[in-house]
Design a protein around this ligand. Structure first.
Ligand code: THU
Length: 128
């Protein structure tokens, strides 16, 4: 795995709190200054309170005052690479616009998308 952002997502995945689904996900969000903000999924016995890895990474960065982002990597242990869920796509659009999204699995298989490909007609502030 040559790209350190992919490695950061795989490492973040190790911190996942996923005792219910056993489905561990890691995310690594690169900001405009090259800093990396990591996240993992955090589940809860009240299942609906679960927060995905991507949103944890974004909210950590936002809460640190970071506002400009370049790329996000998402790591999961699946043969067909795991993309961000719908809720995360909406949050990504709000804070990152048409960001580059790298998907990776533990074998090092990768795919790259722009958010617009995965989320072609987003709702945002322009409608308000
Ligand atoms: N999950 C993520 O963290 N990110 C994704 O992109 C897909 C799903 C988490 C939520 C939940 O903890 C588990 O994976 C199963 O849905």
């Amino acid at each position: 795995m040559s790209d350190s952002l992919l490695v950061a997502a795989v490492v973040a995945r190790e911190h996942a709190f996923a005792p219910y689904s056993k489905f561990k996900v890691g995310a690594a969000l690169e900001d405009i200054d090259g800093r990396v903000h990591s996240g993992c999924n955090v589940e809860n016995a009240t299942y609906g309170l679960t927060v995905c890895a991507e949103r944890v990474a974004i909210f950590k960065a936002i809460s640190e005052g970071v506002r400009k982002f370049r790329r996000i990597a998402v790591a999961a242990d699946t043969e067909v690479l795991t993309p961000p869920c719908g809720a995360c796509r909406q949050i990504l659009w709000e804070f990152c616009g048409d960001i580059e999204i790298l998907l990776v699995n533990l074998q090092g298989k990768t795919e790259t998308y722009r958010l617009k490909e995965l989320f072609p007609k987003p709702f945002d502030v322009s409608y308000l």
